[in-house]
Design a protein around this ligand. Structure first.
Ligand SMILES: Cc1cc2nc3c(=O)[nH]c(=O)nc-3n(C[C@H](O)[C@H](O)[C@H](O)COP(=O)(O)OP(=O)(O)OC[C@H]3O[C@@H](n4cnc5c(N)ncnc54)[C@H](O)[C@@H]3O)c2cc1C
Length: 449
């Protein structure tokens, strides 16, 4: 058995920098069963946003008619996907080099525990006083009759596509299904999205779903709501999706985007006394400690909001905790975005979440039609909403739907981190004409009448 000072399992967005930092003080072994960089770089954020970089440009060009611009759009799909893979390759090479420069020992194998803080990778067993699990999640595939016998796509195989399918079917109206589905429509496929709820993106507020559904429909996407898929088959290069109500749909490609499951099966956590919850996520306390001394779990696999910036932040918190600090997994303003068109930007709590937490919350909205820049740019679909705690006047959350909402939401993240009240935002002088100029106007709506 080989002794190390630390073992990191999985090269996710938190595990990589943590391994590099720990390697300054001792022998660090990082075990990865797939590509370096985890899902973000290889199968998640990087390829999806590189793909959308092309797809949304095509979509915006087509929609420029309302500005008097009549573009004929021709998407070179093989070029688009090669560019996506080139960007992935360069990001992956960068991560690999940084680990090597930091003298992290990378072992390319699947890791599994064989005892307390003992991890087997290939033929070698390693032990260390510190083990960090950063194994992430993978696509959860539902148990639909026939599906397993078809060559369906997941977020992993999606980015290996080389030809544009004429018809593209998507199972799942969450953010991955919507981003990739809208992207494929904008690249030129006829897209159908099947969703088992009564509105897409149903973790968000109703009017967010409504704005998105209108926009998807403008892109020619059919969204089948309350869809109960009874069978999927594949013959002669064509997928057939049958619904319980007897409707049938066909397409040349079929993407399954119905949620994520934790990568814990191969780990055999029980052999190291590490507890899992009933969905298979590693149970941790607020400082990432598992039920086994010296073993920590960070990011997606510990059931936290599954975002790259959360994983990266976990690394910074772990660094503090290992040095005896008091940081926890909860000491943050959580923000995230959905990169559809229009985009969705979220920070902190929604109004309903705030009320459920017992906050005396108040919300106000500003439609984008009242923001000069949105009118001038022809991007009026959407709204800005802010939620305030009436007892303290502090901003506790925001929902933005509209052009580049993923960028604009950072104004709220910064204000919330600083503990600002709506009055501070109201008094801020924002540049004219910008989308952000709408935010002090939104804050002004909280002025008592
Ligand atoms: C299509 C898609 C788009 C996304 N877009 C965004 C976005 O725009 N913004 C955002 O913030 N987030 C996005 N995400 C989520 C984001 O990718 C993850 O939250 C992020 O990668 C953090 O993951 P992680 O650090 O927990 O682990 P991961 O990045 O998933 O890395 C885990 C690593 O562990 C390895 N592993 C697993 N089990 C073992 C084992 N037994 N032995 C050895 N290695 C193992 C895996 O191979 C993997 O490389 C997206 C995800 C998907 C799927």
């Amino acid at each position: 058995m080989e002794k190390a000072d630390a073992i990191v399992i999985g090269s996710g967005q938190g595990g990589n920098p943590l391994a590099r930092d720990l390697a300054k003080r001792g022998r660090v072994v990082l075990i990865e069963r797939d590509h370096i960089g985890g899902s973000c770089i290889n199968y998640g954020c990087t390829p999806s946003k590189a793909f959308l970089g092309a797809a949304h440009n095509a979509g915006r060009a087509r929609r420029a008619k309302n500005l008097g611009v009549h573009a004929s759009v021709d998407v070179d799909f093989p070029f688009v996907m090669n560019r996506v893979r080139d960007i992935v390759g360069s990001f992956r090479d960068g991560s690999t080099k940084r680990l090597s420069d930091a003298s992290v020992e990378v072992v390319h194998a699947e890791a599994s525990f064989t005892g307390e803080r003992v991890v087997k990778a290939g033929d070698v067993e390693f032990t260390a006083p510190l083990v960090v699990i950063n194994t992430g999640t993978s696509a959860a595939v539902p148990n639909v009759p026939g599906l397993a016998q078809t060559p369906y796509l997941t977020n992993v195989s999606f980015f290996a596509q080389t030809t544009l399918p004429e018809r593209f079917l998507v199972l799942g109206g969450g953010y991955i299904g919507l981003e990739l589905g809208q992207g494929m429509a904008r690249a030129g496929s006829k897209v159908t999205i099947f969703h088992n709820g009564d509105r897409v993106l149903n973790n968000e507020e109703d009017d967010v779903s409504k704005a998105l559904q209108e926009s998807l429909s403008e892109d020619g996407i059919d969204v089948v709501l309350n869809a109960k898929v009874s069978r999927v088959s594949f013959a002669g290069g064509v997928f057939t999706v049958e619904l319980e109500d007897g409707k049938r749909f066909e397409g040349e490609q079929f993407l399954v985007a119905t949620g994520r499951k934790p990568n814990t099966e191969a780990l055999h956590c029980d052999r190291s006394g590490i507890g899992l919850d009933d969905r298979g996520f590693v149970k941790t306390d607020a400082q990432f400690r598992t039920s086994c001394d010296g073993v920590y779990a960070i990011a997606d696999v510990s059931g936290q909001p599954a975002f790259t910036h959360v994983s990266w932040e976990d690394y910074r918190r772990m660094t503090d905790i290992l040095a005896g600090g008091k940081r926890t997994r909860d000491d943050r303003v959580l923000g995230y975005a959905v990169y559809t068109e229009p985009q969705v930007g979220r920070a902190g709590l929604t109004y309903d979440q705030a009320i459920k937490k017992g906050i005396r919350a108040r919300k106000e909205e500003l439609p984008l039609g009242e923001v000069a820049r949105a009118v001038e740019w022809g991007q009026e679909r959407g709204f800005y909403r802010m939620v305030v705690d009436q007892d303290t006047d502090k901003i506790v959350g925001a929902t933005l739907v509209g052009y580049e909402a993923a960028e604009i939401v950072h104004v709220f993240i910064a204000h919330m981190q600083a503990g600002s009240t709506w009055k501070t935002l109201d008094e801020s002088v924002h540049v004219h004409p910008t989308y952000c100029e709408g935010l002090p106007s939104l804050a002004r709506l909280f002025e008592p009448t």
